[in-house]
Structures are given as structure tokens and as C-alpha cells.
Design a protein around this ligand. Structure first.
Ligand code: SF4
Length: 452
């Protein structure tokens, strides 16, 4: 009973926090890179049966009609499967559309069950964008990497999405060390030829429990970066890489969606946005959000050696511009840290961060931290998942404790008086993925802690 209640709470939290609506944990494939494979046994995640239309009706009051409804994306603690395996998917989509006639719906799918009838339904319901996790094209690779025995179905869904003019984005977990670079290139080309709006390429992440043949060496990331830079030059759609390579916080445009307001205004990949409606912007996140919120924003950019060029992006308030930008840093995060440090009257603040986020956070602190208190960052290694897992949301209290112990052991200038932990790693009760509360660290180290 306790388990059921917890899963229900996580489902409701996902809807309230992110408008993310889990439908089922069932899936029709077994991707080797699926985020729920090779987890250490202590991870507390929940598998859910297909949610009944009645359960969906009951959760409708928690959905925000002003934000896109997200289906098929993992809410951290709920194992999200393939939405089109749900026996009542058509009824649920109808239900949502009649409750929210104008709310955009974002559906993530592997495309295997996206036949003509289903694509026609998506087209009739309208305002649906598909995130298609195609991953690879070749029959052998699809079979071997995804456990997909009907390779042609997903590949064909790309043609159907184009035919019925459903906007879609392609995504690829890039494993060229296993599939070869040719398949990766073919998959990007195919998505581009069929007018995907963007292609998102993900670096794979495998825990220490994944078999050694799936693991890859660190050089792969550099090779993927060079490959993507080359593809961007020869293919005319935005290609992003996640986690992104953020060299600086300059608001550089990664790509521009064809036919979008930003493309119409003349913005180009590589432009650096310096101001929106006359007010300076300091990071990509800030620029992107200001542009999204504004109607017909005036955007100032620098392009190559040209000093400043002004554009007007003709669009409505909260309408997307078509600019594609990597996620770097929301300056509000530094403001929040500063507020907590002031409230706690801290003189020495230590920020625990993931290895991925560390360099960006240091740049943010150098630029935005104006407090008298000293602030330092500590990159925590993910020993719990191990392997190539480096995201902040997957750190555990154990990892943070190990990092803190090592830091304190060599520190001669005394303990920090406030330690900030990445809030992403914790649920609303302050528990990590293993169900351990962050307050354990407070008791163990006698230092004030806050989630940020
Ligand atoms: S399609 Fe998605 S949910 Fe299904 S196995 Fe692959 S990664 Fe996991």
C-alpha cells in the first residue's frame, strides 16, 4: 500500500511540477541505454501499469493548461515506458484534447507503433509535437541496440510524420563505438530529409553495472563534438548535443528552426544575443526565456566580426521563436544561493555540484556572485551509479558524503558554515534516489545544509 501511495505521489508531483503525465511503464523494446537498466538495486523507482482513463480524468485538475502537456518523458522516480503501448492511448489523447482544446501536447515515442491511423489521429487532434527517439536506422543496429524486431516501422513513422505535417524532433543516443559512424550519419540525414525540426544527440550514460562491451572511453565525447560540428556545417537543421559543451555563458544560438519566426527575422546559428528589448542578457537561458515571453522582441546580436545587428522576431507572447540554444545557467540560481547565504549569515559557502555542472557554475559564480561570503564549488563524483554517469540528478547522499569527507580531510582553513546541495537530486521530501534524506549529512558533519 505504501509503495502504491508513493508512486501516486510521484505521479502527482510530476504533473504539478512539470505538467508531465506518466501513462505506463510498459515498453515494446529493450534499449541497451534505457535509463532504467543497470541501476544498482538500492534505487527506488516505480513501475506503473497502464493508467486507466479514469485515473487520467482524476489527474486532469492538476494539469496546467498554460504549459505544454508532456507525455512519455521520465519523471525521475516513475519508470516511463512507450506511450503507444497503452491500450487506451487514443481515448486518453481525446480526453486531454477535449479538456484542453488549445494546450500543446509533447509526446515522446520510439515510433514503432506510430502507424498511419495513429498519425492521422495526432493530426486531427492538432497542436501535438512528437519527440521521436529513433536512435539508429540500420536493421541490425536496431535489433541489437534496441531489441526492435520491426526495424522498418519506426523508420517509416518518420515518413508518416512528414506526410501528415506533424512537427517532430528526432533524438539519437549516439553509440558510434557500437553502431559505426555511418549509421549515425545516415540517421541524422534521414531525419533532416524528412523535415525534423531539430535533431538532439545524446551522449550515452552507462552505470558501473552495464556490461563492459557497452562502456566507452572518454575520447568518445570529443569525437562526437567534432562530428556534430561538421554535421552542422553540411546539414541545414539544428543539431544539439546533450550534455552540451558550454565554453562560455555567451548567449550563442546553436540553431534556428526552418520556417520559424527567428528564421524569418534572419537570425543564424553562431549569432550571440547580447540584448533583448534593450536589456542586456548574460546567459543563454536568460536570453531564451526573455525572447519566449516577449511579443515581437527586439533582439541585438553580434555576428562574427560585425559589431551589433538588430532584429525583430515577429511572434506572440509565449510563442516559441524557433531559436535553439543549449541550456547553460539560469542567473536566478546564483541569486537563490546568495539569498540563502544571507539568511544563514554564512561566511564560507560550499556548493556541491556534479562533474558536468561544475565548470558552468564556476563561470556563473565568477560573473554573478556579489556577496561578501566566500563561495567555493566541489565537484562530486558519482560512485553510486559509477560508469559514465555524471548528472547532478543522479548523485546520492552517499556520493555527497564521500565528496565532503575528502574535502574536509585536506582543508586547513576550517569547515564551511553552509553547504548547498543540488536540489535536482532530491524529491519533495528531501530524499535521494535511494530514499536517503539529505539531513543525514547534516547530522554526520554538523554543517548547515540547504538544497538549491
Ligand atoms: S524506448 Fe525508451 S522506455 Fe523503451 S526501452 Fe528504449 S529507452 Fe527505455
Amino acid at each position: 500500500m505504501g509503495e502504491i501511495n508513493s508512486a501516486e505521489n510521484y505521479i502527482r508531483d510530476g504533473v504539478v511540477d512539470g505538467n508531465i503525465l506518466p501513462l505506463t511503464s510498459n515498453c515494446n523494446t529493450h534499449c541497451v541505454f534505457c535509463s532504467h537498466r543497470f541501476n544498482p538495486p538500492e534505487v527506488r523507482v516505480y513501475r506503473i501499469f497502464p493508467r486507466s482513463p479514469t485515473a487520467i480524468k482524476n489527474i486532469i485538475p492538476f494539469i496546467d493548461p498554460a504549459r505544454p502537456i508532456v507525455i512519455g518523458e521520465s519523471v525521475t522516480r516513475i519508470i516511463e515506458g512507450e506511450p503507444f503501448t497503452h491500450p487506451d492511448i487514443a481515448e486518453i489523447l481525446h480526453l486531454l484534447r477535449s479538456a484542453f482544446p488549445r494546450t500543446p501536447v509533447r509526446l515522446t515515442t520510439n515510433g514503432i507503433l506510430l502507424g498511419e491511423e495513429m498519425v492521422q489521429l495526432l493530426s486531427r487532434l492538432g497542436n501535438i509535437t512528437v519527440n521521436l527517439s529513433l536512435n539508429c536506422m540500420g536493421e541490425f543496429n536496431r535489433n541489437f541496440l534496441l531489441g526492435d524486431i520491426q526495424a522498418k516501422a519506426a523508420v517509416n513513422s518518420v515518413k508518416l510524420l512528414k506526410k501528415y505535417r506533424i512537427p517532430f524532433h528526432g533524438s539519437i543516443v549516439a553509440m558510434p563505438h557500437l553502431t559505426g559512424w555511418g549509421d549515425l550519419e545516415n540517421t541524422i540525414n534521414y531525419l533532416s530529409e524528412h523535415e525534423a525540426e531539430t535533431v538532439r544527440i545524446f551522449e550515452p550514460g552507462f552505470s558501473r553495472l552495464a556490461p563492459s562491451e557497452l562502456q566507452f572511453d572518454h575520447a568518445l565525447r570529443g569525437k562526437l563534438e567534432s562530428f556534430i560540428l561538421h554535421q552542422r556545417k553540411i546539414i541545414n537543421i539544428p543539431i544539439t548535443f546533450e550534455p552540451p559543451c558550454i565554453g562560455s555563458l555567451e548567449a550563442e544560438v546553436a540553431g534556428v528552426i526552418a520556417g520559424s519566426p527567428a528564421a524569418g527575422a534572419g537570425l543564424q546559428p553562431g549569432d550571440v544575443i547580447t540584448a533583448v528589448n534593450g536589456s542586456r542578457v548574460s546567459t543563454r537561458v536568460q536570453a531564451f526565456r526573455k525572447i519566449l515571453k516577449a511579443a515581437n522582441p527586439d533582439v541585438t546580436v553580434t555576428r562574427g566580426s560585425e559589431r551589433s545587428i538588430a532584429f525583430v522576431i515577429r511572434k506572440g507572447r509565449s510563442e516559441r521563436s524557433g531559436l535553439v540554444m543549449d541550456y547553460d545557467l539560469d542567473p536566478k540560481l546564483i541569486d537563490d544561493m546568495a539569498r540563502v547565504a544571507r539568511q544563514r549569515r554564512a561566511r564560507k559557502v560550499l556548493l556541491l555540484t556534479s562533474q558536468l555542472a561544475g565548470p558552468v557554475l564556476r563561470q556563473g559564480l565568477a560573473r554573478f556572485w556579489k556577496e561578501e561570503a566566500d563561495v567555493e564549488t566541489l565537484e562530486v563524483e558519482n560512485h553510486f551509479f559509477g560508469g559514465s554517469i555524471r548528472a547532478a540528478g543522479l548523485l546520492t547522499v552517499g556520493d555527497m558524503g564521500e565528496g565532503l569527507s575528502e574535502y574536509l580531510a585536506v582543508r586547513t582553513a576550517g569547515k564551511p558554515d553552509l553547504v548547498l546541495l543540488p536540489g535536482l537530486a532530491f524529491d519533495r521530501t528531501g530524499s535521494d534516489l535511494t530514499g536517503t534524506s539529505y539531513t543525514r549529512l547534516e547530522e554526520e558533519y554538523g554543517i548547515a545544509l540547504e538544497l538549491i
